[in-house]
Write a protein that binds this ligand. Sequence first.
Ligand SMILES: Cc1cc2nc3c(=O)[nH]c(=O)nc-3n(C[C@H](O)[C@H](O)[C@H](O)COP(=O)(O)OP(=O)(O)OC[C@H]3O[C@@H](n4cnc5c(N)ncnc54)[C@H](O)[C@@H]3O)c2cc1C
Length: 277
Amino acid sequence: MTQHKRTFSLELFPPQTPEGAEKLRAARARMAALKPRFFSVTFGAGGSTRDRTLETVLDIQGEGHQAAPHLSCIGSTRESIRSILEQYRANGIRHLVALRGDLPSGMARPGTFRYANELVEFIRAETGDWFHIEVAAYPEYHPQAKSPRDDLVNFKRKLDAGANSAITQYFYNADAYFAFVDAVRRQGIDIPIVPGIMPISNYSQLRRFSEMCGAEIPRWMAKRMQAYGDDAAAVREFGADAVAQLCRRLIEGGAPELHFYSLNLAKPTISVLERLG
Ligand SMILES: Cc1cc2nc3c(=O)[nH]c(=O)nc-3n(C[C@H](O)[C@H](O)[C@H](O)COP(=O)(O)OP(=O)(O)OC[C@H]3O[C@@H](n4cnc5c(N)ncnc54)[C@H](O)[C@@H]3O)c2cc1C
């Protein structure tokens, strides 16, 4: 990566307990040694989870790193988003990831904003150019999209509303990313589209996530990981090789940088970055 002068960023989720926060601090110190450009921090639907996003972001800033909080429409009102934006501004945060979010089971109302483009529009109207706004992109298309074409139109709405760049859902098929970027460029959109990379540490967990978010695990990779069965070390080794190979293809094909879904674990991401030199 240094050879290619590429940078990368890492996603974290806010820990739920003081022990979790302690563990995350230790993991973050290991990840920070690799000099990511920023850490992003996910955002949940409930009030206490949201407070923890702010706490985690302030922790990261306090350690001298750049932080980019996520923000979502689910359960949000104009007032609640306004107040969060004010807190971020007061703390010198200038980078956001704006999302729709998913309605948790048992939660009846999505909130004031229905789609991410409405949230981006609101953030711009409230705060002008203060924030660099990232949005989500889906090389394998969003599971609820009516068609690839429709998803692309909806993606463009977010950019027209003022988003600066995008981070993709994870995928293991580099061609899906390149085809998506080509389709976006044909719409005259030239913002950076950063591939989201999911390092592999546990096959059954990965399969569960992938079913939920519509990311495909290629058959050859699934077969290999199934065959390793309970041999967790073999899955990790195979996963690190396969993901590093994917990253190499993406970098060689022009990906502007990489964003790793760390799941708060240092080792799986570090194993991939080590393979990239
Ligand atoms: C990088 C990244 C980070 C994420 N972080 C979080 C997080 O912190 N918290 C969290 O809860 N979730 C997070 N997610 C998950 C995300 O919230 C879900 O994938 C969600 O289902 C869609 O969010 P979105 O912002 O892409 O939605 P949108 O862009 O609003 O799209 C959602 C669906 O609606 C359609 N659509 C969009 N706009 C319109 C419109 N105006 N009219 C009609 N249809 C429309 C789209 O085609 C798509 O099918 C993240 C995802 C990614 C890729």
